[in-house]
Structures are given as C-alpha cells and as structure tokens.
Design a protein around this ligand. Sequence first.
Ligand code: GDP
Length: 328
Amino acid sequence: MKPYSRLAYQTIKVAALAGGVGGAKLVVGLANCLPPENLSVIVNTGDDFTHFGLRICPDLDSVMYALGDLQDPTRGWGLAGDTNQVLQALRTLGAPDWFQLGDKDLATHLERTRCLAEGLSLTETTLHLCARLGIRASVLPMSDDPAPTFILTRDGRKLAFQEYFVREHFEPEVAEIDLEAAGRAKPTRKVMDALMEADLVVLCPSNPWVSIDPILRVAGLRDLVQEKPVVAVSPLIQGKAVKGPAAKMFAELGIEPAALQVLAHYGNLVSAFVLDELDALSVQNSELKDIILYSTNTLMQCAQHKFRLADEVLRLGLLVLNQSEKHD
Ligand code: GDP
C-alpha cells in the first residue's frame, strides 16, 4: 500500500492508546513518522501501584523510556544499563523483592512520588518527567485518578495487577478482569482535548484486556474514540502473544486467541485492523462489513520494524480518513 507519501500524513493529529511493551514499540515508530506536536500517547494507568511508598507507573515508564531512547532493548522495559544494587540490598534486609526495581529506574519513581506529594497531578508530573528526558510528543496518563485493575482468579482470589503479572508471573487462571476503578476515574482535560483534536486514533498492539480496555473504560473516552477513524493493530500473531498474558487471557475467558477475536473484542470501534501477514489466510473469507483488514509483518524486533509498521499504520489511517470524509 503506497497511495500516500510520508509527507501526506505528517499534518494529521494522532492519538495513540498504549500499554507498556507492545504499545511503546509502535509509539516509537509513530514518533519517528510524525512531528511531536501531532502525536499524543494516552497511556494505561491500570497497572500503577505503590511499592515501598513509591508511586510506580509501569506503562508510563515503558512509553517514556522508549520515546527517550533509554529503554533496555532486550527486556522491552526498564532502563538500558541499569543495575540492581538497591534491590540486592533490600533482599539482604528481607524486604519484598518480587518487583524489579533498577537503581536508575528508582530515580523516576522517587521524583514522581515527590512531585505527587507536592500536589502536582500525575499528568503534570509526567509532563515534567518527559520534559527532563527530552521527550517532545505528548505522553498522557489516561486519568489523574487512581484506576487500579484487579484480576479475579479461578481459585477465588482478587489480585492487584502487579501481584498477578509480576509476583505470580501471570500463572493464575483469570476468571474476570475488574476495571471498576477505571470506570469511576475521570478523564483529564488533556486526554479529552487530545482525542477531540485527533484526526486519527491508533490502538497500539497492546493487551486488549488490561492495557487498552482500562483506557476505554474511563468515563467518556470510548465515546470520544468512537467518533474518530480508528486503526487497531493486533497484539496476537498466530494466536500467540509476543510477550505477556494476552493470548492466555483470551483462552481463559473462553475466547479463541486469534487476531480476528481481537478485532471482535474492539467491535464497532475500529475502522481498519492491522494483523500479521502470517494470519492473512485466516481472515480470507471473513465477512466484515465496513472494516478494512490489512496484513503485514507486525513483529517489531528493531527500530526499522517499528518505523515501517508505524508508516503503514499512518498510510492506512489516511486512507480511512479520506474515505470517511467522502461519506460526510
Ligand atoms: P504491558 O502493559 O507491558 O503488557 O504492555 P502492552 O499491553 O502494551 O504489551 C503487551 C502486548 O504487546 C502483548 O499482547 C504482545 O503480544 C504485544 N506485542 C509486544 N511486542 C509486539 C510486536 O512486536 N508486535 C505485535 N504485533 N505485538 C507485540
């Protein structure tokens, strides 16, 4: 697909909805393709928690570190070249050590916690951190209100997200995902403005259940997204997650883990859906009215892959945008 030049999409405003690892990868690509003033990233805060008195926002950190080119390239989270001296010292003291805290990473949590204690909102704090890290695109927490996601397990427990994800290595079977707090959270003015001003919304290849859904659950955000042309990218390739529990969650919630089920999950929100070329055959005969299906290599293993996929997503977005203008 090459109907539009790179220049054509540089003038459109894009709001990308993202979680951590998968979201941050595409966001890096989008930031490479767009001028910073035209990119807003609305980030899931359902994974946030307080640990040792520090406010930790894993998805915001992943997006910030990725955009600041500070990220550990092999793990996909945390800072490159970070060390674990504090964590090791905590271990000696018998303190909980299940959550990885890098030494340099701790500085982010300390400064965030200090700013919040001084009365700054999470949005203001994130803007401050981004400015210091040289990030020019707008990185916005989905809400300034705490909106913790809980996992209800088949064995009858209610786990805070990081307990499920990190402490228990997402092994427990999921019975239900509790996004009630996100449902009570108010959207920020900045998130609402970013969505209202956006020409195109991109749903990054993030976990639909615990990264994108919490954002869409914040009061009014789904309705704002619904009004825009939306391109979604599948986080599942051949029924598997590249990383994390997305496929396992689909299966445990009784749904076949497959790219088309990701699309079904988003329902009528999506105007165009990007799935991996390895899944192209599986959608050949599917009857989907009014949705453009586009297949390409969606596995982002290096910077070039991120740039190319983002370029294709934006070209596709422009196609959708021009079609919707024709129908207006
Ligand atoms: P988390 O909050 O850190 O789990 O971050 P996300 O929800 O943003 O990312 C997890 C999702 O990203 C998983 O479902 C992965 O399958 C997906 N993902 C990670 N890397 C890639 C990739 O290179 N391509 C695609 N298509 N999906 C990816």
